[in-house]
Write a protein of this length. Structure first.
Lengths: 113, 111
């Protein structure tokens, strides 16, 4: 299995809702990532998990809460989002270190109304 | 700060050769990666250069000059399916697992 699977593919949520994005990989990668991508822009790093521990938080607002239940799973919990948070949320994984290549999922396209 | 600059758009015809440039400013340089992203799809890893020189993988080649803080992706025998966005990327901040992406180049291949 050489894929990163993200669910759901599309999500519409209100500003008072709580929802979760899920990401799964079975490549034995020990680093997992959340990126946010706006239209016609590059992906922007949000969080890095290394060996199931949060190692990097790029000053992301607390309405985004990551979780890594085990080495194969990564979640992003969403609460009280704003319309400007609407974007494509990408999960990726790599060997620890990861400089030589990430595997990305197809993303969750999130719309906040 | 960290920055990676790319041309915003490039247009070429099928069968042609196109070069997408990337100039970067970053501390703690480890290497330069390239990713392809079709509209609405996942970024896909293409290549990684840790050392100066040209790396060839099929129709795609990638070049790095560390002294010039410059690299490029060369696409040969262009096909319609190569129409996509292309991003260069580098690890930054002294951590190999903090990947920052360039501004991105939208390649349009015309018949």
């Amino acid at each position: 299995d050489t894929e990163v699977t993200q669910t759901p593919k599309h999500l519409v949520m209100g500003m008072t809702n709580k929802k979760s994005l899920k990401c799964e990989q079975h490549m034995g990668h020990r680093a997992m990532y959340w990126y946010k991508q706006k239209a016609k822009k590059p992906p922007e790093l949000m969080f890095v998990y290394s060996y199931e521990k949060l190692s990097i938080n790029e000053s992301v607002p607390s309405r985004f809460s990551p979780e890594c239940p085990n080495s194969s799973l990564l979640n992003l919990h969403l609460h009280a989002l704003q319309p400007e948070d609407s974007a494509l949320y990408l999960c990726a994984s790599s060997q620890a270190g990861g400089a030589d290549g990430y595997t990305f999922g197809s993303g969750t396209r999130l719309t906040v109304v | 700060g960290q920055s990676l600059e790319q041309p915003s758009e490039v247009t070429a015809v099928e069968g042609a050769i196109v070069q997408i440039n990337c100039t970067y400013q970053t501390s703690g340089f480890y290497g330069l990666s390239w990713y392809q992203q079709h509209d609405g799809g996942a970024p896909t890893f293409l290549s990684y250069n840790a050392l100066d020189g040209l790396e060839e993988t099929g129709r795609f080649s990638s070049f790095l000059s560390r002294s010039d803080s410059y690299g490029y992706l060369l696409l040969q025998e262009l096909q319609m399916k190569d129409s996509a966005s292309y991003f260069c990327a580098v690890p930054y901040g002294g951590a190999t697992n903090k990947l920052i992406f360039g501004t991105g180049t939208l390649l349009a291949v015309q018949p």
